[in-house]
Design a protein around this ligand. Structure first.
Ligand code: B12
Ligand code: SF4
Ligand code: SF4
Length: 324
């Protein structure tokens, strides 16, 4: 079969992806997001690294209209969306291999390497095989926002991502060179963040992680430690039979809240064609906004207007869509 980018994109959509873009593996090799810890296609494979096909699936609008950061409905639904995207990626790999004759592999959407730095893992500072948001920008799907999430014209940041690496040389998409993010003039993600983790074009991962992953590995370790160190057997049994144990059991069973926790910065972002018709009215008011956050945002606006250097912006201009 003569495989083209158009065929691959049509197949990915048929299998369940909402957005698909293609990046040249060599371009990703040349632009690792964090050069101290490179995440590049050729570090994954030197054979099947020619093209990086990035797939996106939008998350549900109904859950984006729930305003509590710790909503179990949200966490459960997001895990189901993730499963569907994983399935779409797997079907695409089988199509590439069995029908088109090109070996391929999936970049797992949530797996990270904890062996390098366990402490960093516990604090959210871990790395996937590829950084999917950066790969998505290179594949023309969108640009990064103030919180360094991928924003798309269609769904803003309300998408999750996977990637498929393949030996097929496919025509790549063009990277967007105009930012989608409204920047410091908006700052709604910062105001909504319960962990106050959004920086000026950056993220305090340690502050975000307990909200982003409320029933993840760190919570499991903390809960089991509390049980081990409880003052009596009765107290240990009480902790064993607690709501925390039940939620952790559910999370192990179905992934609820293990990776898919807080989405407050996502739900309030005005970028995306879905925002005005479905979210604007519900999310207009941001209960988490505090005078301290408002002041911090005002200071960011001042620095930007004054043309002062902003480290986060300088590091990520390429993916924010603001070339230096
Ligand atoms: C580890 C991880 C986390 C960690 C750390 C996040 C991070 N940005 O690294 C924690 C637990 C905090 C987290 C939180 C969330 N995550 Co997460 N996460 C990942 C994961 C598995 C790996 C990320 C990775 O490899 N980062 C690599 C590094 C290079 O990225 P970076 O640190 O942002 O890079 C910049 C900085 O390092 C900076 N930099 C460079 N040098 C230096 C030096 C200094 C000193 C500093 C300060 C900065 C700096 O410049 C770099 C270039 O821009 C990815 C999946 C994947 N494989 O990509 C999902 C992923 C990024 N997460 C996702 C989501 C949805 C979330 C959450 C909403 C939680 C949730 N409910 O699901 C929140 C959102 C937080 C946010 N505002 O970004 C989605 C993003 C979708 C989107 N639209 O953008 C992904 C792609 C998962 C997926 N399959 O869809 N996540
Ligand atoms: S996921 Fe939640 S805690 Fe993390 S940056 Fe977004 S709003 Fe803040
Ligand atoms: S909420 Fe505003 S500042 Fe934050 S990412 Fe979206 S557009 Fe950018």
């Amino acid at each position: 079969m003569e495989l083209t980018a158009a065929i691959v994109k049509a197949k990915a959509k048929e299998f369940g992806a909402d957005l698909v873009g293609i990046a040249d593996g060599r371009v990703l090799d040349a632009h690792p997001p964090d050069p101290k810890h490179p995440q590049t296609p050729s570090l994954v494979t030197r054979r099947d690294n020619k093209s990086v096909i990035v797939l996106a699936k939008h998350t549900l609008l109904g859950t984006a209209r729930l305003k509590d950061w710790n909503e179990r409905h949200k966490q459960y639904a997001a895990e189901l969306t993730l499963s569907q995207l994983e399935e779409a990626s797997l079907k695409l790999v089988y199509f590439l291999e069995d029908e088109a004759g090109y070996p391929a592999l999936i970049i797992p959407p949530v797996h990270t390497d904890a062996t390098l730095n366990y402490r960093a893992y516990m604090e959210g500072g871990t790395y996937g095989a590829l950084s999917l948001v950066h790969a998505a920008v290179e594949a023309g799907l969108g640009t990064l926002g103030l919180n360094l999430m991928l924003l798309t014209p269609e769904y803003g940041p309300r998408v999750i991502l996977t990637a498929v690496l393949t030996s097929a040389e496919l025509e790549p998409d063009r990277r967007m060179t105009t930012p989608l993010c409204l920047g410091e003039a908006c700052g709604r993600c910062l105001l909504a963040c319960p962990g106050d983790a959004v920086l000026q074009w950056g993220l305090d991962k340690k502050r975000c992680a307990p909200y982003a992953s409320p029933y993840g590995f760190s919570r499991l370790v903390a809960h089991v430690s509390n049980m081990l160190h409880a003052e009596s057997v009765d107290k240990q049994v009480e902790l064993l039979r607690s709501g925390d144990s039940f939620n952790l059991w559910q999370s192990i069973l179905r992934g609820v809240g293990a990776y898919t926790g807080c989405t407050r910065c996502v739900d309030v972002c005005p970028v995306g064609q879905d925002y005005a018709p479905h979210l604007q009215q519900v999310q207009e008011d941001i209960p988490e906004a505090t005078p301290e956050k408002v002041a911090r945002l005002a200071e960011m606006r001042r620095r930007r207007a004054a043309g002062e250097p902003i480290a986060g912006l300088e590091r990520s201009r390429r993916w924010i869509g603001e070339e230096a």
